[in-house]
Design a protein around this ligand. Sequence first.
Ligand code: NAD
Length: 507
Amino acid sequence: MSETSIVSLLSHLPQGQSTVPVINPATGKKIYDLQQLSAEQVIDAVSKARDYQPILAKTGLPQRQRLLLNLHDILLGSDEKLMDLVQLETGKSRAHAFEETVGAIAAASYYGKISVKTLARRRTRAGVPLLTKTYVDQVPVGVVGIVTPWNYPLALTLLDVLPALAAGNSVVQKVDNQTALTALFARHLAIEAGWPEEAWTIVTGDGETVGNALVDSVDYVAFTGSTATGLKVAQRASARLIGYSLELGGKNPMIVLEGAKPKRAAEIAVSGAFSSAGQLCVAIERVYVPKSMHQEFLTELTKQIDALEVGRSDDFSTDIGSLGGYVQLQRVSGYVSDAVANGAELVVGGHALPNTGPYFYAPTVLNNVPASAKLYRREVFGPVLAVEPYDDLDDAIDQANDSQYGLNAAIVGPVKLATRVASRLNTGSVNINEGFRASFASMESPMGGMKASGHGRRNGPGGLLRFTETRVIGVAGGLIRLPSRAKDYEKMAPLMRIMVKAMKLFS
Ligand code: NAD
């Protein structure tokens, strides 16, 4: 993207109190300075969004559905530019930017197809047939606040913003400071598709300042980020009795079953653990492998990792890109050194790649990580995989479940047995013979976590319904009136008894 286009996108942000430099992680060079808004500016943006929301709601569901389908085509026509921006801001490889972009675009067609069906007024079974009728409306909550992290700036934007708009809400999105351009460009394309400018506002700035002001003024908050921040958001939202969804961290296990092929298991572990350099909430961080296959699995992993191309490229010539920046590099190297100092065996990797770029880190495998190492339980959020042999499958399942998190899990091996094991894992998704993509790519399947990995789900019809309030309309009338005096009840009692029996029979 040219410098002029970047300046033009940034011009949509108001002048803030200060600016912060945004660095291209793959090169370490500054891309631009980003405005940092004050709490008052955020409150003002929410107030304008609230004034506009009834106008948006009046456009009607069918029109908003058309706008989403329109946007789908426009996003697809700009996919190369979207990938360029995702790479520029995150440092990920073209392959992973491609995966993110196509996944994100699917949100437009999915909600473009299901919004009317999911949200249109529906008739429900009346409590007292012949005497009453009931309908259910799903109405927009008002202004939806969306908070997005830096690692999947396009997907995590569209997966939440589009259903919120489809339901007739206006949106104020707080993007991470690292990835404003991707979201600004997606919004620009939405306007090109016919969405009114006022429907979707983007605010930028410090997490606490802008995030708190947003959570304190919107009518619903959809948050994606770390569990620590999610907890703060939940407490603030609860204090105002507004609804919220939280998509948080994970410490995602993979179980390799007896009968799995070590080479295939290693391939699945590599793509599951190192996509977007492991900076993915659903990435695999720990693998439990049968003792009988342990050495062969480690040898396969090492061979496949040695063959990976780690580097910077705007085409499909590299497998793995950079970490997201200095903080990420410090975090990942800190976790690895701590694990090694505590006695974990370093199988491969375990070091930065300064000759490749300032924040590149080698894909790393650790073996037999002791419980005293910090990464044994904590989310690394980087290209680091811990391997642990097991004797007994029940024990491996217990270890997989022994976590504060419950986001994603993977199982490799015969599908019948894997399916039985899947039903014993306490995670929001379980992928069989795949790391995360089989579930993650399905727009119709709810995505989210159990335990400290989240609250509520995105995607699927529920991903749309969470942005609505429910209103029931009951209509009394018809041939017979509801009783009001005691003698009316007496007269009606025999008929009511028959009706109650009939309702059981015909329900
Ligand atoms: P983070 O919690 O530090 O930041 C996420 C966003 O929250 C940023 O935009 C940040 O500015 C903002 N923020 C910070 N303080 C805030 C506050 N008090 N109120 C409101 N917003 C605030 O997370 P991160 O480190 O940028 O992202 C990585 C984490 O996100 C990892 O734990 C990862 O697993 C998780 N994640 C989860 C999903 C999912 O779908 N479950 C997806 C992507 C990332």
